[in-house]
Design a protein around this ligand. Structure first.
Ligand code: ZN
Length: 513
């Protein structure tokens, strides 16, 4: 911000008054002067708009498209369209996403609704951490009816609104196919998270030894099999890092099981890696590989096998998301043996530090009981993804501000839970959810502090956003977004508090680096 805020706010509000535009609010942090023009975000009765003020001639030469009003000076009101977003990113380069994973502590915030990012920024900017503000999976985009371009556009305008200049990432999360990776890259993501769950063969870990023998002979060609046995057999891998050490040995059977488990996934990772590298003028893309949505935890032995294979093929990844021991369910705290988690996490850290990639903690929202260990063991670098909390805090806001709407949404969430639980792994017990007909309005927000109601809402977002009445009109979507917009500062405060709690619990230092 280039201005004395209260004075500037008054001046801008005054000068806007001389134009026939219904200004409901200005976003003071966004205002700045460039090439003799004043730029800033405002809210009109039509929604958020970019205001450009100055001399008529300069205004005509300015790249943003919009409606121009003339008075003693001139004012241009521009919508936040795709073209104007391009102009924004050229004029204000810090609004363009960039590679951030090299930074020590990074946090994926994931703005499911496209209106939460200012709250995320207000939290993260206080800490020595960089955010991946635009982070959505294909599954989320399908449920919310958004696409990667739109996701990045929403983040860019929020960055402008908050005058946040330290850089942020855009993650195409849980991409499962080459076309999905292509689409996300075309839209401008700066991070690819490749989901390998469909390329893994978990049977390789439970099947009897003779199955492994014959399958290995069938699937792995002779050349590759020689290489694998040479890489892994008869060695002790002894890795050390400041956080501890880790010793791993593989039997021949273990090598074969790991090979069967991962070989298709590794081939696919190689394909995607080549695709990313082949793109003309490819800016640096953070490349993450996720094996977190698998039916069993990733052991340090699995991790090491996988990374040695990638290295051997010359594939560099920036982060790996293992599945940890215990339960990392969406939107609620960790469930499982803390000691076992700590032990395994520290082994994963040793491996990742040795090979120079980060550990990425998926479904990281609300894992407050493991954060202190994660933060301590991952001092030298970690990526934590929280997803969907922006939606849950939105629901909390509705519980505060519009109990009637909340009750209606709660009813539909209950009736769509069964269908929604096919998409997400949760252990919600609907019987543990209080009967809300018996609750007073002021008791509703506290539901969002309980695991079962949280998960109920966490996974039914698509059903709620897409629910229609008898005439095909949206049942909740418009009212929900209106409530968020109407109380946006309250919404952003809830988000700020929530994300801040994550960073404090992870032990991330305050301040800028
Ligand atoms: Zn994940």
């Amino acid at each position: 911000m280039d201005f004395d805020e209260p004075l500037m706010e008054k001046q801008i509000t005054e000068s806007l008054k001389s134009f026939p535009v219904n200004v409901l609010k200005i976003y003071p942090a966004s205002f700045s002067i460039l090439n003799g023009l004043t730029y800033g975000l405002i809210r009109t009765s039509e929604g958020r708009r970019l205001a450009v003020m100055g001399e008529k001639e300069s205004l005509l030469a300015d790249p943003f498209r919009g409606e121009i009003f003339y008075g003693s000076s001139a004012l241009k009101i521009c919508d936040l369209s795709a073209d104007n977003t391009e102009a924004l990113m050229s004029l204000f380069p810090y609004t363009r996403p960039t590679s951030v994973l090299k930074y020590r502590c990074t946090l994926g915030t994931g703005d499911r609704l496209g209106v939460a990012t200012p709250g995320h920024i207000r939290a993260v900017r206080k800490f020595k951490a960089l955010p991946v503000l635009a982070q959505q999976s294909v599954r989320e985009n399908t449920q919310t009816g958004r696409d990667y371009r739109g996701v990045i556009r929403d983040a860019a305008w929020a960055v402008f609104q908050e005058d946040y200049r330290r850089g942020y990432g855009a993650d195409g999360d849980h991409l499962k196919s080459l076309p999905e990776v292509q689409t996300a890259l075309d839209a401008g993501v700066t991070m690819v998270t490749l989901d390998l769950s469909e390329k893994l063969n978990p049977e390789a870990f439970h099947a009897p030894a003779d199955w492994v023998e014959s399958k290995f002979r069938d699937e792995i060609d002779e050349e590759e099999s020689k290489v694998l046995l040479h890489l892994f057999l008869g060695k002790e891998f002894h890795l050390r890092s400041p956080q501890g050490e880790c010793r791993i040995q593989y039997s021949e059977e273990e090598v074969k099981r790991n090979a069967l488990l991962y070989h298709k996934a590794i081939d696919f990772t190689e394909e995607v890696y080549e695709l990313i590298r082949s793109r003309s003028g490819h800016p640096s893309i953070d490349f993450e590989v996720s094996i977190d949505e698998t039916p069993f935890p990733t052991s340090p032995g699995n991790h090491l096998f996988f990374i040695i294979e990638l290295n051997h093929r010359g594939i560099r990844i920036d982060s790996l998301a293992p599945r940890f021991i215990g339960e990392f369910q969406k939107g609620i705290d960790y469930r499982g043996d803390l000691g076992a988690f700590r032990e395994q996490f520290s082994q994963h850290m040793v491996i990742s530090q040795y090979y120079g990639h980060k550990i990425s903690v998926h479904s990281g929202s609300d894992k407050f009981s493991v954060f202190p260990d994660v933060g301590r063991l991952a001092k030298d670098g970690v990526h934590v993804k929280t997803a969907g909390t922006s939606w849950l805090e939105g629901i909390r806001l509705v519980a505060f501000k519009d109990p009637f709407l909340f009750r209606e949404m709660h009813r539909v969430a209950l009736s769509s839970f069964k269908e929604a639980s096919k998409l997400y792994h949760v252990t919600t017990d609907l019987r543990r959810i209080p009967d809300i007909e018996t609750l007073q309005d002021q008791g509703l927000p506290a539901l969002l502090d309980q695991a079962d109601p949280r998960q109920l809402f966490h996974i039914t977002y698509g059903f709620l956003l897409n629910a229609k009445d008898g005439d095909g009109k949206s049942l909740f979507r418009d009212r929900f977004y209106q409530t968020l917009a109407h109380h946006e500062e309250d919404y952003w405060s809830l988000l700020e508090r929530h994300i801040e709690r994550h960073l404090v619990s992870l032990g991330v230092e305050e301040g800028e680096e």
